[in-house]
Ligand binder design. Sequence first.
Ligand SMILES: *Cc1c(COP(=O)(O)O)cnc(C)c1O
Length: 356
Amino acid sequence: MIISRELTAKEKLKPLFDDPLKLPFGKNFTDHMFSMDHCGSGWQNPCIKPYQPLVLQPSANVFHYSQEVFEGQKAYRSPKNEILLFRPRENARRLNRSLQRLCMPEIPEEMFLEAECELLKIEERWVPGQKGASLYIRPTVIGTEAALGIKASSEYLFFIILSPVGPYFKEGFNPVSLWVSATYSRAGSGGTGEAKTGGNYAGSLLATREATQKGYSQVLWLDAGEHRYIEEVGAMNIFFVLGGKLVTPSLGGTILHGITRKSVLELAPELGLPVEERRIAIDEVIEGIHTGKLTEIFGAGTAAVISPVGKIAFQGSDHVINGNQTGPWAQKFFATLTGIQYGEIEDRHGWVFKVK
Ligand SMILES: *Cc1c(COP(=O)(O)O)cnc(C)c1O
């Protein structure tokens, strides 16, 4: 792929931040972005240009019928000053599954990787050197055809923007509190829960607002059918250390195929923790907390990596897990995953991809 370049003059580049560990999530962007478009006959016009507003018609598909999918990844700086990605081919494949579900054109895996690598090489100075900080990558595809008929767009835009970020939770690596929604659900059977598409998040905002108004930080999502089985936590996958095993809901169409989830499931047996993917009812979780069979709960996703859960509000009472303290397994997975991602510990699985 020949990528055209329109780069900002050196003296006009934005200044870097003094303390990347204090950066908020996703509010600052680098100097450049990648973009290419699709008008029915394949992806074209790949270019790297200054980060800038998009010009779209108010009638563009994305504003009305929400053909939109995205990815979330991070670039890390290793102690040897390399720029590393974590399992980026998994993101390329998942993006294509999301695109298929939303009736949008796929992006060849190699093209996706090349676009990311070329942009990252230009924006290298934005990858922070402090552990805990990283450069968040947001590849996005939208339907851009200017037409109000309900059908798949005939035109698309793919862009990648980059945002230097500190650790996801301001509270640090401390347990979060969850609120079980009795009314709302995130995804239904046959719906788009498995796709990383904006509409899923728009639909989850009201429940999240209710949770935060009640003083909890995230929503614990149950299945849409029976409101009984656990699906996800906020925008993360969820894990339970239950009876000495690592238990997580099985993927059944409504749960996002998290790459952190997949990695935790591959690491656990090596660290001596057997895994089980199955349905888990909220009653089993509450009972486990009280009998002591359930010792830890944590969320897993790229942004926070591992997020321990200290408390669950269900049917009017709070249930505290592990004395509201981060447990040893959450700690272990966090240390192992971040160690691999930052190139500090040996990558025995071939998960790390060197950009440069
Ligand atoms: C992105 C996402 C995850 C986590 O996926 P990772 O690949 O681990 O970052 C989990 N659940 C939802 C709903 C998500 O959007």
